[in-house]
Design a protein around this ligand. Structure first.
Ligand code: GRF
Length: 208
C-alpha cells in the first residue's frame, strides 16, 4: 500500500480533498497519518472524520528549528511512508527535514512559482493587476518554495477580482490539482526523484 503522511497547520481543506480522493480510489494509496504543529488546526477534525490517526507536534515545545524537525522526522518515519505531503504546513523546514525526505516530499503553493514565493500571494496578484494566477506543486528542497516544479494549474483573474473570491477559486484549483498529482505519484506516472531532471512539468488550465 502506498502510504501518505500529510502535514498541516490550519483548515486542512487540501487534506480533506486528498482523503476523499483516497476513499474514492482516485489515489491508489491511503493517508496513514496527519501531523499538525497547531493543536487548534481544523484539519485535525477532518482527519478524525476520516478515522485517520493524527498527532500534534508543537514547534513551541522545541528550542530550535532543527530539534523540531528531528521530532517530525522520527514521528514521520514510524509510519514508513512513501510520500510526505505539505498541505498548508506553515513552518520553514531546516535541512534536517529536507534531507531526510529528499525526493519524497511535496508542497502546494498558491502562486505560479517562481512568481510570489512566501505569503500573501493573492494580494500581490491583485495589486499587480496580474491576469493569471495559479497554484504550484513542487518537490521540497532546502530553499523555501523553490524545489523542482512538478505541476501547475492556472486560472484567469477576473476584472475587478475580489480577494476573497480569488482565494476561494485558488482553493478549488488546489483541490483539483493536488489529489491528481498525488495519484500520479502513487501510480508511478510521476517520479519525484526525476523532477527537475528529465521529467515534464504538468500544466493545467482550470475554468473556475
Ligand atoms: C493553501 O492555499 C496552500 O496552497 C497553502 O496553504 C493553504 C492551505 O489551505 N500552502 P488548507 O489548510 O489546505 O485549507
Amino acid at each position: 500500500m502506498f502510504k501518505i503522511i500529510v502535514l498541516i497547520s490550519g483548515s486542512g481543506s487540501n487534506l480533506e480533498a486528498i482523503m476523499q480522493a483516497c476513499e474514492a480510489r482516485a489515489i491508489d494509496g491511503n493517508v496513514v497519518g496527519v501531523i499538525s504543529n497547531n493543536a487548534d488546526a481544523f484539519g485535525l477534525e477532518r482527519a478524525k472524520k476520516f478515522n485517520i490517526p493524527s498527532k500534534v507536534i508543537n514547534h513551541n515545545d522545541y528550542d530550535s528549528r532543527e530539534s523540531f524537525d528531528a521530532a517530525l522526522v522520527s514521528s514521520i518515519n514510524r509510519f514508513e511512508p512513501n510520500l510526505i505531503v505539505l498541505a498548508g504546513f506553515m513552518r520553514i523546514l531546516s535541512p534536517v527535514m529536507t534531507s531526510a525526505f529528499q525526493g519524497m516530499m511535496i508542497n502546494i503553493h498558491p502562486s505560479l512559482l517562481p512568481k510570489y514565493p512566501g505569503l500573501n500571494t493573492h494580494g500581490q496578484v491583485i495589486a499587480n493587476k496580474d491576469t493569471q494566477h495559479g497554484v504550484t506543486v513542487h518537490s521540497v528542497s532546502e530553499e523555501l518554495d523553490a524545489g523542482p516544479i512538478v505541476a501547475q494549474a492556472r486560472i484567469s483573474v477576473n476584472v475587478d477580482q475580489k480577494l476573497d473570491d480569488l482565494i476561494e477559486r485558488i482553493h478549488k484549483a488546489e483541490h483539483l490539482l493536488f489529489p491528481k498529482v498525488i495519484g500520479m505519484i502513487a501510480s508511478g506516472e510521476i517520479n519525484l526523484k526525476k523532477t527537475g531532471l528529465d521529467q515534464e512539468v504538468i500544466y493545467k488550465n482550470y475554468e473556475i
